[in-house]
Design a protein around this ligand. Structure first.
Ligand SMILES: C[S@@+](CC[C@H](N)C(=O)[O-])C[C@H]1O[C@@H](n2cnc3c(N)ncnc32)[C@H](O)[C@@H]1O
Length: 407
């Protein structure tokens, strides 16, 4: 006799149990109200046609892919949704009765938000893609969330002019913060946004203080990119089959100078550290990028390239690297007894010195107590003299200032 398939409720509760464990492993707590909402909302209603088991996997479900293969819309991964809602709850001290704008629609997150704000609050969700907006409106109706307002528009611009929100939660990868996002927030309101800074994306919870946005928390994340007026270009330079340097808009390196660099002998340097697995290397990546500024890039590698031994980055999806005068250096690591040491591999005319410089930078981060980054976002017109201390990154609409909170 074949076993009875698990019901939606059983699968949903099992997924939330896994999320709670996943949070604990990262040193986080799944917020009890977020947990209750996730135990209540049937995710399968937002991914029609997807098998029930898949709807409760802890991964994004791609709902729109371009002919080029690029993913442009999805129902986000539950762990990421839970972490971002937790950031919003933490920064606002709860969401009951709050007014929320979600940028980027999938239906699932909007219905969780509807559960969290209750009948005294409101949720508006906006998507640039009419196909997505129509699908989401239909799914929300089927699921019984009749009070969620679905708008089709480019969220670069104000959505309901004159209206203020306590929370704006962006669920697409942003390169910049357009003025409309700050201006639509109430004073003290919170923007949760996956924002690209120095080659990597993290979800920042930013509180509005006058014309500034000041960080409250951040998490590592990845998202489909913002489209429309706020779209940005990412350029990849091939170093070898399956190995690339990823450059953000505005970043320049001489591609010819690094052609064939991986074929040159590899030099290495090690920091001589013994770090626990929970060490937040994505904080180190930002430290690295702000300290080695003009030479900093990000290296990515496919599994086959790593298996073949061409490169050994510390994280295949985005590892700190430097390129200077035709020399490439990147971060690596090695494990001993469940602890790890940080190192750098380098190729090119100045390889040994480049590897040692990079390792010196990593040691400085550890000696400073593994500090975590903080971010302030100011309008693009802010004069230098009015900026807080930190490393400045200028974007089209804003000036970002990254500093580090001693560990
Ligand atoms: C990851 S999906 C949203 C996931 C969703 N919040 C959920 O419930 O899981 C990102 C969405 O952002 C939308 N998007 C991208 N750029 C946008 C823009 N400028 N304005 C509004 N929506 C945008 C895309 O069309 C896509 O549907």
């Amino acid at each position: 006799m074949s076993a009875k398939p698990a019901s939606s409720e059983v699968l949903r509760n099992a997924m939330v149990d896994r999320l709670a464990a996943d949070h604990a492993a990262k040193g986080l707590t799944l917020h009890p109200e977020v947990e209750a909402a996730m135990r209540a909302v049937p995710r399968e209603l937002y991914v029609p046609g997807v098998p029930l088991e898949e709807a409760y996997e802890n991964t994004a479900v791609i709902t729109k892919r371009l002919p080029s293969g690029e993913n442009v819309s999805s129902v986000s991964a539950p762990f990421l949704i839970a972490e971002m809602l937790g950031q919003a709850m933490g920064a606002l001290g709860g969401l009951k009765g709050r007014h929320v704008l979600e940028i980027g629609s999938g239906g699932y997150n909007a219905s969780l938000l509807a559960e969290l704000v209750g009948t005294a609050g409101s949720v508006t969700t906006v998507d640039i893609d009419p196909e997505v907006a129509d699908r989401v409106a239909a799914c929300l109706k089927t699921a019984g969330y009749h009070d969620v307002t679905v708008v089709c528009a480019d969220a670069e611009h104000p959505i309901e002019p004159g209206r203020g929100y306590d929370l704006i939660i962006v669920t697409a990868g942003a390169w910049d913060i357009p003025p409309a996002w700050r201006e639509q927030l109430t004073e003290g309101g919170v923007l949760v946004v996956p924002l690209r800074t120095f080659g990597t994306t993290r979800s920042w919870a930013l509180r509005r203080v006058g014309d500034r946005l000041v960080s409250h928390s951040h998490r590592q994340c990845g998202f489909v990119p913002v489209q429309g007026a706020g779209a940005h270009q990412i350029r990849c330079i091939d170093l070898a089959e399956g190995v690339h340097l990823r450059l953000d808009e505005g970043e320049q390196i001489d591609a010819d100078a690094v052609k064939g660099v991986l074929e040159q002998p590899r030099r290495e340097a090690w920091a001589g550290l013994s770090l626990p697995p929970a060490t937040r290397l994505h904080d180190l990546s930002l430290w690295h990028a702000t300290r080695l500024r003009e030479h900093a890039v990000v290296l990515t590698a496919q599994e086959e390239a790593i298996a073949s031994g061409i490169v050994a980055p510390s994280w295949q999806h985005g590892t700190s690297a430097t390129v200077h005068n035709g020399t490439l250096a990147y971060r690596t690591l090695r494990w001993t007894d469940r602890r790890f040491d940080l190192g750098a591999y380098a190729h090119g005319p100045d390889a040994q010195a480049a590897a040692e410089r990079m390792v010196e930078n990593m040691r400085a981060w550890v000696e400073a107590g593994c500090p975590t980054p903080a971010l302030e976002v100011l309008p693009a017109c802010t004069p230098d003299g009015d900026l807080p201390d930190g490393t400045v990154l200028d974007k089209r609409h804003s000036r970002l200032v990254v500093s580090f909170i001693p560990g």
